[in-house]
Design a protein around this ligand. Structure first.
Ligand code: SAM
Ligand code: SF4
Length: 325
């Protein structure tokens, strides 16, 4: 069975946020005071999150990404992932993390059935890392990446590129992709929280590629099945690969296959959508048919595209950690 939205797109990918809390405070994602303000009662229980996942899979979702906030800060997350991995019909269970807690958890995540990890890392320089994330956890993240590699995880590193902040490090990340089997993805900075002068931070994917092309040969790679919206390249002789993700300058809305559910049970068809559906009432009835109807409705009203570009955005400011970036 496949889920189709009203613009003919097949929807098979759910990004499921398990918490809005985080152990970092990245400036592009949340204010310094943090946003993990949902009370315990507002956050869905694991039983409720499982029901959403199971119902979504019964409708045609076959890839689930666990995200947050920082998913690894939620207590008992490994046990929950074990259960999710057993849902019949789920082909891919993957997780996005800032890597801070990964060193101790990588082995357990692997045995729970998580197939791939996306690790967010915006700088290899302790001072720049601290400026972006407001923390001095870079050594822990690097230890986490190493531990994940050791236990056999295919690794993607996501770097949000910001002009004048970390864009001078692009070539350092290329070196990582050259020397080890890591897929580095450069992501355009998105004005989620609408900082003053956000336009000055955006380095477009085209500029990133142009800057890379001055130093390395980029050979386009075929888009793999179930791969994300990244345009990927290999470098001759390199162990890993590079890619750019361009949500701002070159949106990929026409191929978008995802829906999102926040940790408080709000479903969204798009990060920048103005309409959302609260799944809590359907969860509270205990009826999976009602839950399926609500998930079907969010697919039906999924917007055809967002209206953001490198010069303008129209959305209400939001914290990526509360929606599940
Ligand atoms: N805490 C986890 C992490 O950082 O990987 C998962 C949640 S985080 C919200 C998911 C992804 O969203 C991260 O890769 C982060 O870099 C990205 N992100 C957050 N705010 C962003 C922004 N304004 N522009 C681009 N990417 C952003
Ligand atoms: Fe936390 Fe991820 Fe947001 Fe950084 S991007 S503050 S690690 S949720």
């Amino acid at each position: 069975m496949a889920l189709q939205d009203s613009h003919g797109r097949t929807i098979n990918y759910l990004r499921l946020s398990v918490t809005d809390r985080c152990n970092l405070r990245c400036g592009y994602c949340m204010p310094a005071s943090g946003v993990g303000k949902l009370s315990h009662g507002d956050i869905l229980s694991y039983e409720e999150l499982y029901r959403i996942a199971e119902t979504a899979v019964s409708l045609g979702i076959d890839k689930i990404r666990i995200t947050g906030g920082e998913p690894l800060v939620r207590k008992d997350i490994v046990r929950f992932l074990h259960k999710l991995a057993d849902i019949a019909g789920l082909r891919q269970l993957v997780l996005t993390t800032n890597g801070v807690l990964l060193e101790d958890m990588a082995v357990d995540l692997r045995s729970a059935g998580v197939q791939r990890l996306n690790i967010s890392l915006d700088s290899l320089d302790p001072a720049t890392f601290a400026r972006i994330s407001r923390s001095d956890d870079l050594p822990r993240v690097l230890g986490g990446i190493e531990a994940a590699k050791q236990c056999g995880f295919p690794i993607k590193l996501n770097m949000v590129v910001m002009r004048g902040v970390n864009d001078h490090e692009i070539l350092d990340f290329v070196s990582m992709a050259t020397s080890s089997e890591i897929a580095v993805r450069f992501i355009e900075y998105m004005p989620a929280i609408r900082e003053h002068n956000w336009q000055s931070l955006v380095v477009t994917g085209a500029e990133i590629l142009e800057r890379l092309g001055r130093h390395v040969t980029l050979i386009p790679l075929e888009q793999a099945e179930m791969a994300g919206p990244s345009r990927n390249f290999r470098i001759p002789g390199a162990a890993g690969s590079l890619g750019v993700i361009t949500p701002v300058s070159h949106h990929f809305c026409s191929e978008c296959n995802r829906i999102r559910v926040t940790s408080s049970g709000v479903a969204r068809g798009c990060l920048f959508a103005e309409t959302e559906i609260d799944l809590k009432p359907s969860l509270q009835t205990g009826s999976n048919a009602l839950l399926a109807r609500a998930l079907g409705a969010i697919v039906d009203i999924k917007p055809v595209r967002h209206r953001m570009n490198p010069e303008e955005c129209h959305h209400q400011a939001f914290s990526m950690s509360s929606i599940g970036g």
